[in-house]
Design a binder for this molecule. Structure first.
Ligand SMILES: CC(C)(COP(=O)(O)OP(=O)(O)OC[C@H]1O[C@@H](n2cnc3c(N)ncnc32)[C@H](O)[C@@H]1OP(=O)(O)O)[C@@H](O)C(=O)NCCC(=O)NCCS
Length: 164
């Protein structure tokens, strides 16, 4: 079940192999949620509340000139900053990696971003891969690197096509 982070979720046991992401979930996620800086979605085992994975979503913007030229040409130059949806973090616990759960979480995140874009403009979903392996993971789903940045994006129009 994928649900918003709550106090029943066992955050202390989470280990995806990346300290930065583990510590985020353990020490910062609930603060970010309280401050409305991020929404944090948890995939947990229903009875034990053991966290299998999580991701965060936030509103964000990217300067127009950070997008590849072919995208810039399609957008009005008066929009110097482009509204996007940020999947700030996404991780699966070591015990559950390689079972398709990362894919399930990413698809869930993309679906939520697409739904949100109906009521609040968002040109793309952007991710911030933690390392080159994570970039390869996102590449498989059609994410494209933003030049001069470690971030990657997929246009909302493309996501809409995926869910048709
Ligand atoms: C990257 C991560 C989210 C993938 O989750 P997962 O549940 O292990 O991945 P899945 O089992 O859903 O795999 C989905 C696809 O991605 C591929 N994949 C999985 N992990 C991968 C990796 N590290 N590098 C490249 N491809 C990967 C799988 O082969 C699979 O492809 P297929 O559908 O063609 O079989 C997970 O390994 C993780 O949390 N890693 C540590 C944190 C991290 O790197 N987060 C990324 C965002 S910063």
């Amino acid at each position: 079940m994928i649900e918003l982070l709550n106090s029943k979720h066992k955050r202390a046991d989470f280990d995806c192999g990346k300290d930065l992401l583990n510590n985020y979930l353990k020490t910062q996620a609930s603060q970010d949620v309280k401050r409305k800086l991020a929404a944090c979605f948890i995939l947990a085992e229903p009875k034990s509340n053991l966290i299998q994975g999580f991701y965060t979503l936030s509103n964000y913007s990217i300067p127009l000139h950070h997008f590849p030229e072919y995208i810039q040409k399609k957008l009005p130059p008066s929009y110097t900053s482009i509204p996007i949806s940020l999947v700030g973090r996404l991780a699966i616990d070591n015990k559950f990696q390689g079972k398709g759960l990362g894919k399930i979480l990413l698809i869930d995140a993309l679906k939520r971003c697409l739904e949100a874009s109906i009521v609040m403009g968002s040109f793309a979903v952007v991710v911030d891969p933690i390392d080159s392996e994570a970039s390869i993971f996102y590449e498989q789903f059609g994410f494209i690197s933003l030049p001069d940045s470690s971030k990657m994006f997929i246009a909302m129009k493309t996501i809409k096509e995926l869910f048709k």
